[in-house]
Write a protein that binds this ligand. Structure first.
Ligand SMILES: Nc1nc2c(ncn2[C@@H]2O[C@H](COP(=O)(O)OP(=O)(O)O)[C@@H](O)[C@H]2O)c(=O)[nH]1
Ligand SMILES: [Mg+2]
Length: 325
């Protein structure tokens, strides 16, 4: 990679093409990725991130497009990351492309990026988080992250944001399923989209009952997720939804919840990175030694048991790695 520092500099100044290239390098875990992340980190920490999740086809992308419109209308600089479903059969990337064309209209300052769940290395949540940081460092104030609300790794992506918007539809009225899927645990704001179709009111009532129960069960009553009825395609209920998102933002800011939320995310990230780093050290420094040192022979000859051997190898490996520093 020639002139990486210049590329980073241009991205920090808001250049879209450089930003896209940095994200690509990070996405495929290029050897330059750690340097990029190190350089941009001091320029992060202020963007507001919003996760949008829900079942496939609920209208998340359509809603995101509407929200982008609203944020841009208020002169915010917006970035969007859409995580495509991992399945090769869904044509997720194509969907992403279709929406990107809408976002990238000249009259809006929006950076759109789709990431493939299947491709991301080092965990989907990690890769998405890193991409969001690049966007943030390049001056994006609001970052929207769309993921399909199926599977733990997708939920983790949504959870790692400041406000989580869960999008449901009258068709997804099977609320017990949703609850099982963990969607309802992470919602800060609900949108019942496609409310132009029948069933939105009854889903809304069912959700209210569930929220009541949660409050009575001793959940922290300080923020009760509001339920907004929207029709993204018809453009209905959007100012209300936009307002609810900001209300949640204000709530987090007024209490110390925003800081707490972000700090606990950083702690989780640090922990995850330590584990990844340990795995790397094990792979690179320790596993190779085993054969050379003849441990297998010792095991085979019953001179030592596997657990004791493993402990000795690890202890020796770390003594060596820390000693060689
Ligand atoms: N009737 C109706 N259709 C909608 C609404 N919002 C989105 N759609 C349509 O639902 C389909 C899926 O939308 P999309 O935004 O791609 O859903 P996603 O998979 O959740 O991102 C598209 O054909 C949209 O035009 C809505 O409020 N009402
Ligand atoms: Mg979508």
């Amino acid at each position: 990679m020639h002139d990486l520092p210049a590329l980073i500099q241009k991205s920090l100044q808001g250049d879209k093409r450089s930003t896209a290239r940095l994200i690509s390098l990070i996405e495929r875990a290029d050897p330059a990725a750690p340097f990029i992340l190190e350089q941009i980190y001091p320029h992060t920490g202020n963007a507001y991130t919003i996760g949008i999740t829900g079942p496939p086809g609920a209208g998340k992308s359509t809603l995101v497009d509407r929200l982008v419109q609203a944020f841009c209308g208020q002169q915010y600089s917006v970035g969007v990351i859409a995580v495509d479903p991992a399945s090769p059969f869904t044509g997720g990337a194509l969907l992403g492309d279709r929406v990107r064309m809408k976002h990238d209209r000249g009259d809006r300052d929006c950076f759109f990026r789709s990431m493939s769940a299947g491709k991301a290395m080092g965990g989907l949540a990690g890769a998405t988080q890193d991409a969001a940081r690049v966007l943030e460092a390049s001056g994006r104030q609001i970052i929207l992250i769309e993921t399909v609300g199926v599977g733990q790794s997708e939920l983790d992506v949504a959870k790692a944001t400041d406000t989580v918007l869960v999008v449901l539809t009258p068709e997804s009225g099977d609320s017990v399923q949703m609850m099982k899927a963990g969607l309802l645990e992470i919602a800060d704001v609900y949108a019942i989209n496609k409310s132009d179709r029948p069933g939105a009111d009854s889903l809304s009532r069912a959700l209210q009952v569930m929220l009541d129960r949660k409050t009575m069960a001793g959940g922290t009553p300080c923020w009760r997720p509001p339920i907004c009825l929207t029709s993204a395609s018809l453009g209905q209920g959007l100012p209300e939804l936009y307002g609810c998102i900001w209300n949640h933002h204000d709530h987090l800011r007024k209490t110390s919840a925003l800081e707490e939320r972000r700090k606990s995310r950083l702690q989780a990230e640090l922990q995850q990175k330590i584990e990844a780093e340990l795995a790397r050290v094990v792979r690179e420094k320790i596993l190779g030694e085993i054969e050379a040192a003849g441990w297998l022979e010792e095991l085979w000859a019953r001179k030592i048991d596997p657990l004791t051997a493993a402990r000795r190898i690890v202890a020796a490996g770390f003594a060596e790695t820390t000693g060689s520093k």
